[in-house]
Design a protein around this ligand. Structure first.
Ligand SMILES: C[S@@+](CC[C@H](N)C(=O)[O-])C[C@H]1O[C@@H](n2cnc3c(N)ncnc32)[C@H](O)[C@@H]1O
Length: 413
């Protein structure tokens, strides 16, 4: 049984690494698709296109060259992440496909793994955009609107004593690529980040632990996070623009924020599903604070998530939250001819089971559930305008009006 789980986990890990390696092939196939469509146009329509869209013109070649360079830039960054994780990168796979050989068995990759799903590629794109949100100067506005209110509330309700004799323990669930968890650590708290996405975890590990050897604030790497966006674009150059990663050197900041220079601040990442890890009895009553940002609605069962948070907190521990209620696992609509839940599920039998468990609760209902669990809301805000991995040059962006609250653990009535 344990072996099955291990096999499944290693298959999943390999498929995530394969998606990282396949970015360039996927992005190139997007260009090819675009080119097919141009070729399908009638000659009279083709003649109306700008030179940059007419194949065989120097302008078209220039566009292709610029696109290809951006693909290479992104693949290089993804390869750095793979290399840091000790995994074969895209060039090694290419060597195999070209009939080259790799002598070290551990470096061998499955050369037949040559296709990735759209879903996998959209996760790679999300990683690139999350890196902008968390680790670039361009992401500062998003961080200021989403992370600053959380940091301010934590400093207010959980102030550090100057001697740091007791350091509050904070968990950041759904920590993504890690900036909020890192920022709280650099303030002096003892912090654990948690995420179940290997896509995110590989990237956060790279940024937090490459120690400046591969990229640093002084020697950043460039990525083109919006390269695959073809809709709502103003100019051909918009998706090609580069963003520098990272904006700070995590190791240097952590070292300088330490009270005792011999002791690095306590910072860790826990990989896995939030409920599976923190519902463990060893976690009960261990935490001073849970700081959740754009996380609660990413869980399939928010009631269960809030209850796990309640149990893991110390008496009077705090849940500090900010986010929307988008409900990541919100299920597809039922149809009038669905005579039972079973029929409804059968229609969507290819969907992850979690889409059938989410209940899209409104904020008022969540507040009542918090009280029923044993929390008391100490402070709350609504209408906090936030973006999430937005492309500010795009014609389309989602503008969230988030809620934020501090809920304190009290004894159950
Ligand atoms: C919308 S993102 C928010 C990321 C980050 N907090 C931010 O504000 O940028 C939600 C994150 O929660 C993670 N996540 C969702 N469900 C999770 C679960 N059950 N356990 C751990 N992580 C989870 C996802 O992988 C993703 O990184």
């Amino acid at each position: 049984m344990v072996k099955d789980n291990d096999d499944e986990e290693s298959r999943h890990f390999e498929s995530v690494c394969a998606s990282y390696r396949q970015y360039s092939n996927f992005a190139t196939s997007q260009w090819t698709n675009h080119e097919y469509r141009l070729q399908e146009l009638s000659e009279s329509h083709r003649n109306l296109l700008p030179a940059g869209l007419r194949i065989d013109t120097p302008e078209y070649s220039k566009r292709y060259k610029d696109y290809k360079e951006a693909v290479i830039r992104n693949q290089f960054f993804l390869d750095c992440i793979l290399r840091h994780a000790g995994q074969p990168h895209s060039q090694q796979q290419q060597q195999q496909l070209d009939g080259g050989y790799i002598t070290d068995d551990s470096q061998k990759v499955d050369a037949t793994t040559n296709t990735v799903t759209d879903d996998q590629m959209s996760k790679i794109s999300s990683v690139l955009k999350s890196l902008v949100r968390d680790w670039s100067a361009d992401g500062k506005i998003e961080r200021d609107t989403a992370y600053e209110p959380i940091k301010t509330l934590i400093k207010k309700y959980l102030p550090l004593n100057s001697a740091r004799t007791t350091i509050p323990k904070i968990l950041v669930p759904g920590s993504g690529v890690g900036r909020l968890a890192f920022d709280l650590t650099s303030l002096g708290y003892s912090v654990q980040g948690n995420d179940f996405s290997l896509y995110m975890l590989l990237a956060s590990d790279f940024i937090l632990n490459n120690g400046g050897s591969i990229c640093s604030h002084e020697r950043p790497l460039s990525i083109c996070p919006w390269l695959l966006e073809s809709r709502n674009v103003h100019k051909t150059t918009d998706p090609l623009r580069t963003i520098q990663i990272p904006d700070v050197d995590p190791m240097i900041i952590l070292a300088s924020s330490s009270v005792d220079e011999m002791i690095m601040p306590d910072f860790s990442m826990a990989a896995g599903d939030f409920v599976s890890i923190y519902s463990n009895s060893s976690e009960a009553g261990q935490w001073d604070c849970v700081a959740s940002c754009f996380f609660l609605d990413a869980c399939p069962n928010i009631v269960e998530t809030l209850q796990v948070i309640y149990n893991m907190l110390k008496p009077e521990g705090l849940l500090v939250n900010l986010g929307p209620l988008l409900y990541h696992w919100s299920g597809p609509p039922t149809r009038p001819d669905d005579n039972s839940m079973q029929e409804y599920r059968q229609r969507y039998d290819q969907l992850d089971d979690r889409y059938f468990t989410s209940i899209d609760l409104c904020y008022d209902d969540i507040k009542e559930i918090l009280t029923n669990i044993g929390f008391q809301i100490l402070e709350e805000y609504s209408g906090i305008e936030c973006h999430y991995t937005a492309d500010k040059l795009s014609m389309m962006n989602t503008n969230y009006q988030c809620v934020s609250f501090v809920a304190q653990k009290h004894s159950k009535k």
